[in-house]
Write a protein of this length. Structure first.
Length: 107
């Protein structure tokens, strides 16, 4: 029953805050940029795409987490709240991303 309750909270948060849906789509799109190098076979482009992912991913994820938490708690956060939360959580998530990426490359 906990799972059903979580889905109800999540769907209510998505209905009330469509920015969460857009942020989820953006996270999905940015995470797929890693496959661009297979299509173009340019090391320079691959490095650029990886750098964009490294910068954008923690920013969007931080805004997503903060806005989702506020929506689940019953607040109606404005769009500016997304960017405030993104800025608040950016550096810890950037550090976690920087520490995680080399681990994925090695394994």
């Amino acid at each position: 029953m906990v799972t059903v309750s979580a889905f109800k909270d999540g769907s209510a948060a998505l209905r009330e805050n469509p920015i969460l849906f857009v942020a989820g789509l953006l996270l999905g799109a940015v995470s797929q940029l890693q496959y661009v190098d297979h299509l173009i076979e340019s090391p320079l482009l691959s490095a650029g795409v990886s750098l964009v992912w490294l910068i954008v991913f923690p920013l969007v994820l931080g805004g997503f987490i903060g806005t989702a938490q506020a929506a689940i708690e019953g607040f109606d956060p404005p769009l500016t709240q997304f960017f405030i939360e993104a800025r608040t959580h950016y550096f810890p998530l950037l550090l976690a991303t920087v520490l995680y990426v080399p681990q994925e490359i090695v394994s």
